[in-house]
Write a protein that binds this ligand. Structure first.
Ligand SMILES: *[C@@H]1O[C@H](CO)[C@@H](O)[C@H](O)[C@H]1NC(C)=O
Length: 118
């Protein structure tokens, strides 16, 4: 079962999460984080596809508008899922990737700006 989920997630990742032109669409954002869902919802382990998705997201956000679009999409997606916020918080550290957008229920997407963590 877990194996099937991983395979499906991997295919989804390969098909969906390619570098986007312009402001990233919600479809794109969703496909990038698809491999992270089992981890974020406490159903599975963190896999390399998830971290690669974060890298891709980070690369596609070059302006504040890009980042805000990603932020809104993440929030929308997260609102539909039983996210384990503890896991969400440590995900960027676990991957060693800062996606530029906090995965948090309280993030203010209007206030978010392109910045770089240390
Ligand atoms: C979010 O940030 C914007 C811009 O800084 C600010 O105007 C707004 O009041 C903030 N909203 C909340 C709920 O904090």
């Amino acid at each position: 079962m877990t194996r099937l989920v991983l395979v499906v997630a991997a295919i989804f990742f390969v098909v969906g999460c390619k570098s986007a032109m312009g402001v990233p669409s919600c479809e794109y954002v969703t496909s990038c984080i698809a491999p992270c869902i089992s981890y974020l919802t406490d159903k599975g382990d963190l896999g390399p596809d998830c971290c690669q998705g974060l890298v891709a997201l980070k690369k596609s956000a070059s302006t504040t508008a890009d980042l805000q679009a990603i932020c809104w999409c993440l929030k929308l997606e997260e609102s539909k899922l039983p996210i384990d916020w503890g896991r969400a918080e440590i995900l960027p550290k676990e991957c060693g990737v800062d996606p530029g957008v906090p995965i948090s229920p309280n993030v203010n997407c209007s206030a978010i700006q392109v910045y770089h963590w240390q």
